[in-house]
Every structure is written in structure tokens, then in C-alpha cells.
Design a protein around this ligand. Structure first.
Ligand code: HEM
Length: 426
């Protein structure tokens, strides 16, 4: 709950690669906001944006900032450079991006999402059954990393007996994202194995669709236009990371901050389980899983008197904007009852009827997270189910919070590496 310390105006850009920054980026974020709101990081050849309204402004401005990960006239071939294979993240702001997004976005909201709710309940119960008698659990390996990927596997309609294999591919693929070399090679191998596995399913379900998500993605059409088999495969691989790994870490972050940062509010959540929803929102502000997003300028842009040339690399620190004292009162306090934050469902405009600013943790604008509703529901439901089954929950290593405190991993996501807790079965 402590204020981020003022470290003064001198920022050595090598700090961004340090362990110190990965463990606790908040003092650097504050220095960026206060002294260099548009920081020209000459070491990494990029510009760093850290204030809330500046991050919002870049997200909203598609004319000047693109997400394209490749040089428009460079030698890049779509889908060749990524562990996921061809996927929506590579399309930048183009019409191709809109086409792919429109085909699939509807699958993750509204009634289509509600149809999957009973299954989230069931999977959560099964995962909890595996450790409930032990009186302790390491949350990241036994709970948070188990629920989302099993939910996705079931949403896709994969046979339940193959679920463990699917979880294994997922773990290899995620490890391949963050680390290079051998991990990357194993990640790509796992992706290929998974693709071989789903290839016949894609072809079959395109002809005879069922109610599962894979069928729905295969046959979803915009203007008579479906995804190609390769695009479906790329999207399924992306789902594992974009939908599995992020939600996994969101769940861990919520428990970490309730257990270690606000045990008083843990009691509130125990007494009023509906508060998981607000806990999710405040976690997405205070310590979101995704701390940074990247953009490239399409033309010369001036921000806070800094001239960013066309094709300049821009880093948006969502985690810094979310702690902007110009927008949120006591921004370094985790408070699920905060009144100056829009609580509840997000939207891609980032503007809300209650007039309050939302968190930046799902991005804003054209690339606003497609799984925003699913991540929230899944996190709130699985955590509420766990809380019903346990009582007297407490950190196992209360004296050593360091072993489990959040840090940014090699894939750029921030969450605890380990999170042990003890409890009595309810
Ligand atoms: C707490 C969990 C999650 C977090 C923190 C998160 C975060 C984000 C962020 C920050 C973006 C914006 C990227 C940008 O602006 O360039 C994004 C986009 C995206 N998210 Fe999520 N996400 C989460 C859960 C999910 C889930 C469950 C799904 C699965 C449906 C999902 C699918 C996607 C996709 C496909 C995009 C790309 C959208 C586009 O480019 O149009 N995410 N997410």
C-alpha cells in the first residue's frame, strides 16, 4: 500500500531490462509520469508513454499509431514469425484485422458466453477436488493455471480424455513465447502437434458444426467470408496465450493482493462473494497482467514536445497509466471499494456512463481485448467456487512474501511466480 518512491528525473533506460524493474516497476513508472511523460529511450530506440490520458490517446488514435509488428514494405510473411502461427495480432489496424475480429469477437460475449458458464463451474469444482483435502495449495500450478486452459479446451469441444495433453501443449507453447532457443523450438513443436491434432476436427466441424466454440469459429461468416483452416489454427493457438495465460495470471494476482496486500479486504470478499467482480476490476488497474503494449507511428507525431518520427516504436505502459495520480486518488493503494474507478464491465471506447475512468488493462479502441467478458466471468466464478470450499485461508509463507511477489515474466506478463496458501476445508 506504500507510495511509489520518487527516484528523481534520471532514468537509465537499461533499467527496463533489469530484475529490479521486473519485480517493482512502479517507482520507474512514477519518474516517467512526473519527469518524462514521453520518454525517448535511445538505448532501445523507442518512446515510452506513461500517463493515463496519453496512453488512452494513443490507443484511440488509429490514424497515427498502428500495431503492425512488421515493416509494411519489409520481407515479412504473415504467420511465419510467431509461435502462434498466423493470427489476428499481426494484422495491425488493417481491414484484414477488422474482418478476422468481426468473425470471432461475438463468440466471447453475451448469450454465447453465458452458454459456457455451467461448464466453468464444473471445471472449477474438478480442479478444486484435486487439492481440497491437502489443506494447502500452490495456486499458480494447481489452480490458476489449470482452470482457464481446461475451460478453453472444453469450450472448443475437444474430447475430455485429451484435456491433459492439451494442457501440456499449452504449457510448452507459453514457455516458448517468453524464452528463445530450446524453449521456442519446443513451443513450436507443441503448436505443430496441436495443429495436427485439431486439423481433422476443423475440417469435420466446418462441414458438420456442433455447438462448440471450434465449430462456431469454423463456420462464423462475415459477408459470406469464413476463416481459412490456417487462420482457425492460428486463432486456436492464440487463444491459449491470449485467453489462457492471461486469465491464469489475473486469478493469481487477485489472490496475491487479497492475501498479502489487503487481508482486510479478503475478509470483505469472504463475506460478500459478489465483490470478486470489483476485485477483478481493481486488480486490472492496480497490477494488471499485461503491463505494456506496443505501437508504431504511421507519421510524425509530437507528444509533450517530443517529436516521434514516422515508424517510431512506442511503448504504452498500461501499468503506469493505471497508477497516474492525476486520475486516481491514492493510486498505490489496492482498494476494491474505490469510488474513482469504473467498476464492472469494460468497453472498447473506454468511456462510461458513470463518468469514471476505467482501467487500461484490456487496452482500448480497435484492439480492445476480445475476451474481456470471458476473463472477468471465469476469474470471478472460479474464485467464488474456491472460496466456498475453504475457510480460514491464509498465506503459507506470511513471513516471506518475497518468494511469491509478482514480477514481470519473460513473456511480459506480471504475476506471482508461486503463491502458496493454507486453508481448512469448509
Ligand atoms: C485478464 C485476462 C486478459 C488480459 C489482461 C488481456 C489483455 C489484453 C490486452 C491488453 C489486449 C490489447 C492488445 C492491444 O491493444 O494491442 C488484448 C487483446 C486481445 N485479447 Fe485479451 N486479455 C485477457 C483475456 C483474454 C481472453 C480470455 C481472450 C479470449 C477470448 C482474449 C483474447 C484477446 C484477443 C484475441 C486480443 C486481440 C484483439 C485485437 O487485436 O483485436 N483475451 N487482451
Amino acid at each position: 500500500m506504500s507510495e511509489a518512491v520518487d527516484i528523481g528525473p534520471n532514468i537509465d533506460p537499461r533499467i527496463f531490462d533489469s530484475e529490479e524493474f521486473q519485480r517493482d516497476p512502479f517507482p520507474i513508472y512514477k519518474a516517467l509520469r512526473d519527469y518524462h511523460p514521453c520518454f525517448h529511450d535511445r538505448f532501445h530506440n523507442r518512446w515510452v508513454i506513461s500517463r493515463y490520458w496519453d496512453v488512452d490517446g494513443v490507443f484511440q488514435d488509429n490514424e497515427s499509431f498502428d500495431r503492425g509488428v512488421y515493416e509494411p514494405d519489409g520481407p515479412y510473411e504473415f504467420g511465419t514469425n510467431h509461435v502462434f502461427g498466423p493470427n489476428i495480432l499481426e494484422y495491425g489496424n488493417s481491414n484484414e484485422h477488422r474482418r478476422l475480429r468481426n468473425i470471432v469477437a461475438g463468440q466471447f460475449v453475451g448469450q454465447k458466453l453465458n452458454d459456457f458458464m455451467p461448464m466453468i463451474d464444473q471445471i472449477s469444482a474438478e480442479v478444486i477436488d484435486r487439492f481440497i483435502d491437502q489443506g494447502e495449495v500452490e495456486m499458480t500450478t494447481q489452480f490458476s493455471s489449470q482452470v482457464p486452459i481446461r475451460v478453453i479446451s472444453n469450450m472448443l469441444g475437444l474430447p475430455r480424455e485429451d484435456e491433459d495433453t492439451f494442457v501440456e501443449w499449452y504449457q510448452l507453447l507459453i514457455a516458448g513465447l517468453g524464452f528463445g532457443g530450446e524453449h521456442m523450438a519446443r513451443g513450436i513443436q507443441a503448436r505443430n502437434d496441436m495443429w495436427d491434432y485439431i486439423d481433422p476436427m476443423i475440417r469435420e466441424r466446418s462441414k458438420n458444426p456442433g455447438e462448440d466454440l471450434l465449430s462456431r469459429i469454423c463456420v462464423a461468416e462475415i459477408d459470406g467470408n469464413r476463416m481459412s483452416v490456417e487462420e482457425v489454427k492460428g486463432f486456436v493457438a492464440l487463444l491459449l496465450a491470449a485467453g489462457g495465460d492471461t486469465t491464469d495470471k489475473a486469478i493469481a494476482n487477485m489472490w496475491y493482493h487479497l492475501l498479502y496486500t489487503r487481508p482486510d479486504q479478503l475478509q470483505d470478499v469472504i463475506e460478500t462473494p459478489e465483490l470478486w467482480d470489483d476485485c477483478f476490476t481493481e486488480m486490472m488497474r492496480f497490477d494488471p497482467v499485461v503491463h505494456a503494449q506496443f505501437r508504431r507511428t504511421t507519421r510524425e507525431v509530437v507528444i509533450h514536445d517530443e517529436v516521434i518520427p514516422a515508424r517510431g516504436g512506442v511503448v504504452l505502459y498500461l501499468g503506469a497509466g493505471n497508477r497516474d495520480e492525476r486520475v486516481f486518488k491514492d493510486p498505490d493503494t489496492f482498494d476494491i471499494r474505490r469510488e474513482d474507478l469504473h467498476m464492472g464491465r469494460e468497453n472498447r471506447s473506454g468511456r462510461y456512463k458513470d463518468g469514471k475512468p476505467g482501467h487500461l488493462g484490456f487496452g482500448i479502441g480497435q484492439h480492445f481485448c476480445m475476451g474481456y467478458a470471458m476473463a472477468r466471468q471465469e476469474s470471478a466464478i472460479s474464485c467464488a467456487r474456491l472460496m466456498e470450499r475453504i475457510k480460514n485461508v491464509r498465506p503459507k509463507f506470511a513471513d516471506h512474501p518475497g518468494i511469491s511477489s509478482p514480477s514481470i515474466d519473460s513473456g511480459g506478463f506480471r504475476s506471482p511466480q508461486e503463491l502458496w496458501m493454507e486453508f481448512d476445508p469448509a
